[in-house]
Design a protein around this ligand. Structure first.
Ligand code: NI
Length: 208
């Protein structure tokens, strides 16, 4: 990663966060710093159940993916840089795993349900990997799962006539076949590194 780490942690233009009033967020929501700290230091539970809709319109819950490792990413299709880079790494990791990749399900939860319609998500995920599933839902459903994974995101007001952006933390989460959170990869993690860690989880005896 050529950029300073702190910039890489948040995908978007601004780290000098807009005020809660600017972005219409409830004032009691945790800040980016609080969420990142909680994730880094493993404070409190991470992850949990979700109920969303996939890019084909099918309702999906976390329980549907039991038995699979999940590579879970939160982002949005209009993201100019970090999201595509990390989604490419996730997709390459699945391919590099070969047959073992069948046991890994890549998921993208959109943080921009307004623009990431089902059809739009379908086109977007197909550009990365045939097995990448895009998930969307109501703003409330997305907020719930994002906060469970300590994801910070906020709409950034754009000048008149320009598209808005969404600042968001860009971690890739690894969830086990039992639905339990195993860890996270920072933004910019290579596919090779993801493969190394996933293999270690898949073959616990071999790493002893
Ligand atoms: Ni992004």
């Amino acid at each position: 990663m050529s950029r300073p780490l702190i910039v890489g942690l948040v995908c978007g233009l601004l780290l000098a966060a807009p005020t809660n009033a600017d972005i219409g967020q409830a004032p009691d929501e945790p800040s980016a710093a609080t969420l990142m700290d909680d994730l880094m230091w493993g404070r409190g539970p991470i992850g949990g159940p979700f109920a969303l809709t996939d890019h084909t319109g099918k309702p999906r819950t976390d329980a549907d993916f039991r038995g699979k490792y999940l590579l879970l990413y939160f982002g949005y299709s209009y993201c100019p840089d970090v999201c595509p880079t990390d989604l490419m790494a996730i997709s390459s990791a699945i391919d590099l795993l070969g047959a073992a990749g069948d046991a890994v399900q890549p998921l993208l939860v959109t943080l921009d349900p307004e623009r990431d319609t089902r059809e739009h998500l379908a086109d977007y995920v197909a550009a990365f990997h045939p097995r990448l599933i895009g998930l969307t839902g109501s703003a409330q459903q997305i907020r719930k799962v994002a906060l469970a994974f300590k994801v910070y995101y906020a709409k950034v007001a754009a000048p008149a006539g320009e598209d808005y952006a969404i600042d968001h933390t860009g971690f890739t989460y690894l969830v086990g076949p039992d639905g339990k959170y195993l860890g996270f990869f920072p933004p910019g993690t290579s596919a090779e590194r993801m493969v190394e860690i996933i293999r270690r989880h898949q073959l616990p005896a071999a790493s002893e």
